[in-house]
Design a binder for this molecule. Structure first.
Ligand code: ADP
Ligand code: MG
Length: 236
């Protein structure tokens, strides 16, 4: 809790009301799994960070002014160790070109999550003036806007309510395993919804929060559970 408080205070001190992946550790603090990685502010440190991570990495621009990172080419997937140095400089250049006065906190170097076997979901919260904190769950990635396949509950949610959420979206069969795919770890999604529910109940200053994608991995196999790959929030 102390950790979350200090992240929120740091952002407030900077005058930021929007926060991106610089707040990833806030999820860790509430037991929501995130990929290994680090945020660095030099190409040399990016190389070191990438060496600490198994295999290729994902690199993302970290800026409270750029919360839709892919839109400006601010996410590079599958970067090999040799490519990391140049990728760092390219990401910074893209951010500067996009908005010369953007606050740039650095670049996130993140472990790759296996999307082939996983399903991209979205878990979020929006504070409704009438109902309070509304938790949202749905299919993530590119499908969010197209399908609008989402469901809502008022926080705090019970385990049962969280489970209902994962059951009642139209694409729930995808989570149960469709067309020969392995079923995903729904217990881990349920737990994530509950942990997010706790987080937003503890911190009323969080007005909005989105984990998109929360990658749901197969229930059985080498990699199981969920991985929160991206986060953005709005604070009071
Ligand atoms: P944004 O939503 O700001 O564009 P994301 O961090 O969500 O940035 O990255 C965009 C997309 O890149 C994700 O939806 C996902 O498909 C892919 N991606 C991001 N991080 C990873 C990762 N660690 N492993 C695998 N794919 C990733
Ligand atoms: Mg995203």
């Amino acid at each position: 809790r102390e950790h979350v408080r200090s992240i929120l205070e740091d952002a407030a001190d900077r005058g930021d009301t929007r926060i991106g992946v610089e707040a990833m550790s806030l999820l860790d603090a509430y037991g929501i799994p995130t990929p290994d990685g680090d945020i660095v502010d030099s190409p040399e440190d990016a190389v070191t960070a990438a060496q600490d991570v198994d295999g290729d990495v994902v690199m993302k621009i970290v800026s409270p002014d750029i919360l839709h990172k892919s839109d400006i080419g601010g996410v590079k997937v599958g970067v090999s160790n040799e490519e990391v140095f140049d990728a760092y400089e390219d990401l910074i250049t893209r951010a500067r070109n996009y908005q010369p006065d953007a606050t740039i906190l650095g670049v996130q170097v993140q472990e790759m999550v296996n999307l082939d076997d996983g399903v991209e979901t979205i878990v979020g919260m929006n504070r409704d003036p009438q109902f309070g904190p509304l938790l949202m769950f749905g299919l993530g990635g590119i499908f969010v806007e197209i399908l609008e396949d989402t469901t809502f509950r008022v926080a705090p949610v019970s385990e049962n309510e969280a489970r209902e959420m994962t059951d009642e979206i139209q694409t729930a069969p995808l989570l149960r395993g469709a067309r020969g795919r392995d079923p995903v770890d729904r217990d881990a999604i349920v737990e994530t919804i509950q942990r997010l529910s706790q987080l937003v109940s503890d911190f009323p200053a969080i007005l909005e929060l989105d984990i998109n994608p929360l990658v749901a991995l197969p229930k059985e196999g080498d990699e199981t559970g969920v991985q929160a790959v991206d986060v953005r929030l709005t604070i009071d």
